[in-house]
Design a protein around this ligand. Sequence first.
Ligand SMILES: Cc1cc2nc3c(=O)[nH]c(=O)nc-3n(C[C@H](O)[C@H](O)[C@H](O)COP(=O)(O)OP(=O)(O)OC[C@H]3O[C@@H](n4cnc5c(N)ncnc54)[C@H](O)[C@@H]3O)c2cc1C
Length: 523
Amino acid sequence: MTNHAETEHVPPQVDGSAHGSVTVAPMDEYNTALVSHTHPPDWVNPVPSGRYNLVVIGAGTAGLVVAAGAAGLGAKVALVERHLLGGDCLNYGCVPSKALIRSTKAMAEIRDASALGVQATGPAQVDFGKVMQRMRRLRSSIAPHDSAVRFRDLGIDVFLGEGKFTGSDTAEVAGMALRFARAVIATGARAAAPPIPGLAEAGYLTNETVFSLTELPSRLAVIGAGPIGCELAQVFARLGAKVHLIESEKQIMPREDADAAKIVEASLKRDGVTIVCGGKAARVSCDGQEKVISLDCNGAAHELRVDAILVGVGRSPNVEGMGLETAGVEFDKRTGIKVNDFLQTTNKRIYAAGDVCFPYKFTHTADAMARIVIGNALFFGRSRTSRLVIPWATYTDPEVAQVGLNEREAAERGVAIDTIRVDMNRVDRAILDGEEEGFLKVHVKKGKDTIVGATLVARRGGDTISEITLAMSKGIGLGKIASVIHPYPTQAEVIKRAADAYNRTRLTPFVKKLLSKLLAWRR
Ligand SMILES: Cc1cc2nc3c(=O)[nH]c(=O)nc-3n(C[C@H](O)[C@H](O)[C@H](O)COP(=O)(O)OP(=O)(O)OC[C@H]3O[C@@H](n4cnc5c(N)ncnc54)[C@H](O)[C@@H]3O)c2cc1C
């Protein structure tokens, strides 16, 4: 029996103590430290006193940012968390996944070094145990920022336990009643469970269990080729697993630009990932230690035998068992809490923020919504989510970064656009780095210098996209970026190249004729 089989499908463990203690496998020194910050076993809940300005349920990014911001402005705040402060991002999401991506990038660098004239002495070796231990160490080193003690020291009443509404202006946690003027639901989301017969019985990994692995599964099926599925498929392939990535749509990363998805697909294939698009897992069964997936690929039946299955088919909002009906908060089990543009729920006292209510499920959007909620809930603010310019990135190699609309979305919304495209193989630094794969597409409103979106596929695309986000947020046209000096040689010059290309499109034959007449006169 392998360790990974033992850690599969282990829900967060909660014992019978006052607020329940939590373990994160494996309970080594790093996970012990993680838990000591984010769910201290000896934590004593405070005794609520009087009415709170704000009760925040859920202490992931959204809840922590709301609580810290409101307390900093002098509000009396209660923060309720049933599991680990820091939520998905710190414990089961961005932080552990990006730590693993860093190790696997090193692996790929060594693998590809001979193209740079550098010969490693032998094939690169991965020590899976050390890679995972590094991730756990770094995660626990970041944890103090989200710790219960830190938030208590900010003057916040931190309650560990399940939060539940008991009325339109009351909630309870661990048997204690909390009265509030305003409340925020920030309970996040969890991995959606696909209704595949036999899957639950066979056992599967999700983002809540995959980072607890202590042994590399030699054959891994990843169901769902969205951002989480693609990032982790590449990670596990580079770590040495034989990975099959199964996607029911006809392209991987179905929400993204189709050209971007093609580049990532080629990269995954180079890493040895077998991609099955248009394939549905029809059922799963067990044969001894093996998990057998019966696949329906466009009508043709296939069988896949693996050691572990990782599911990444989307996120289900955490809305159950919270007394939402009692509080008069409308919700949908698939899309989450119903909010208006100001993040107010159908109970005017209660707001929501983060994955529980928003289709763009990212840490930075949870943070942005939290800031909106502080102003709107406590200070008569009227900030709207529809005004947010939202970037995001998938941290595959190369990365796919997006802000605003892509071509397909623009067409769906009837927004007529002009597109400027610059391929990375036209950017000197990308050529010198051996990272020419990728492109930048910037979409402007047809006939106008208003950026409506951009897609950047590049090794550090997630870092570089921010310049376009800034331009969009502040209403700076693409043409203006041409006059911004970019250091040479950098990959970010791709944006200036796009700006130059855009300005050339504005040089109509009439303007060109005028200019040459002027220059002839000045000779
Ligand atoms: C594998 C993976 C990788 C990711 N990578 C990135 C990335 O690189 N960049 C990025 O921007 N985003 C990434 N994300 C998404 C990001 O993690 C989430 O968007 C973000 O954590 C959402 O924050 P949140 O506060 O809305 O919810 P969460 O972080 O989910 O926090 C919600 C909290 O509420 C608690 N809770 C739920 N119900 C109750 C209750 N009744 N009482 C008390 N507490 C409750 C939960 O225990 C949890 O701690 C990734 C996600 C995953 C899964």
